[in-house]
Design a protein around this ligand. Structure first.
Ligand code: SF4
Length: 378
């Protein structure tokens, strides 16, 4: 039997500074910390190859996420990629994505990354309006996004994603539409549009609590979501997941693994994995991560083997996010397994989940409450 392909995620836990809305685990970048981390990650790749992927399972996607992977030097990213190629089999058409903050990458870096085999660049634009960026404490300038995308294309990248956010403090519908229009002039193959959510213990949450910043307006976010679907749809992008739009043939192969209950190995501090029916996660602390690998031990701290019911639960919860949805009988079997029949009936009656007989998916309104709905179905 051909082994099923899997994805590889590398968590680069550094940023130059923390954005006001961000609750991810990260460290502020310093050259010495970064170099120690790269050596640890290279060791982790070798150990993982022996223990998890030695069965010859080909990797179909590699994703450098974070954090900000491009705070590392391009040479460090290339060294990591080179170790992956030495230790692990990649499919010949492997999708290799690097997330980048536009102000942390140069023309030369982009040329080197392309040459090393990176196939997809994902730029965190967040907004194309300067005022929006400053109101969320996001460093960088709109002009840097334009320059980075232009240089990526000139270097030879043909698959480019832009991440943008809506529902930002004081962002109007018109300003959001201008952001989308400006993104379209850059002709990305893929756009990820995220509704701003206010995470606990962030500077943004504290600003809202002290009334220094307005809280997101759900009604306006719905209008913005609809505007994105209309504008991007008219421009030839297909919405394939709650937050994701792609030109035909450019859906992100790596992220699709998460929503289709596919398998992936996550390396780096706090990275999560799902392999052979087991979820496991790395320690979310850089120092503990380095110490473990210095002793030639994988830095895994949680390990949960999923039952059949739990696998179906995860397939339902993630799959509902896809526009193509999931077979309706999976939703109803899951409801039966977990005693969620009443909740499911309510979500259908409230039209937060829609069913067309054979398939079920989140409705337009449900997509804005995806995390809450996932919590109710868990
Ligand atoms: S660049 Fe991304 S990961 Fe880093 S602080 Fe900002 S939102 Fe968080």
């Amino acid at each position: 039997m051909t082994p099923s392909p899997l994805g590889l995620y590398l968590h680069i836990p550094f940023c130059r500074q923390r954005c006001d809305f961000c609750a991810f685990y990260l460290e502020i970048h310093r050259d010495d910390r970064a170099e120690t981390f790269v050596q640890s990650l290279i060791r982790e790749i070798g150990l993982s190859a022996q223990q998890h992927v030695a069965a010859g399972r080909p990797i179909q996607s590699v994703y450098f996420g974070g954090g900000t992977p491009t705070v590392l030097a391009a040479t460090q990213l290339i060294a990591i990629l080179s170790e992956i190629r030495t230790q692990i089999t990649l499919t010949s058409d492997c999708e290799i994505t690097v997330e980048a903050h536009p102000s942390t990458i140069s023309e030369q870096d982009l040329a080197q990354l392309l040459q090393s085999g990176v196939t997809r660049m994902s730029f965190g634009a967040e907004s194309m309006e300067a005022g929006d960026l400053s109101r969320i404490g996001r460093p960088g300038a709109v002009s840097e996004t334009i320059t980075a995308v232009t240089q990526a294309r000139a270097a030879g990248f043909t698959n480019i994603n832009l991440d943008v956010m809506y529902g930002l403090p004081s962002q109007s519908l018109e300003s959001w539409q201008r952001t989308l229009d400006r993104c379209l002039t850059l002709e990305p193959t893929h756009l990820s549009c995220y509704a701003l959510t206010v995470e606990e213990d962030t500077k943004l949450a504290s600003n809202i609590q002290r009334q220094r910043s307005p809280a997101p307006d759900e009604g306006l976010q719905i209008e913005m979501d609809e505007a994105a679907q209309r504008i991007l749809g008219n421009a030839g992008y297909e919405r394939y997941e709650v937050s994701n739009y792609a030109k035909p043939g450019y859906a992100c192969r790596h992220n699709l693994l998460y929503w289709t209950n596919g398998e992936y190995l996550g390396l780096g501090p706090s990275a999560q994995s799902y392999l052979d029916g087991t979820r496991f996660g790395n320690v979310g602390d850089l120092m503990a991560y380095n110490t473990s690998l210095a002793a030639n031990r994988l830095p895994i701290e949680d390990h949960t083997r999923l039952s059949e019911k739990e696998r179906l639960r995860d397939a339902v919860i993630f799959g509902l996010r896809l526009i193509r949805g999931i077979p309706s009988h999976h939703l109803h079997q899951h409801a039966k397994n977990y005693g969620h029949a009443a909740v499911t009936a309510q979500l259908l009656a409230q039209q937060l989940i829609e069913e067309d007989g054979e398939r079920s998916r989140l409705s337009a309104r449900g997509r804005l409450q995806a995390d809450t709905i996932a919590g109710r179905l868990y």
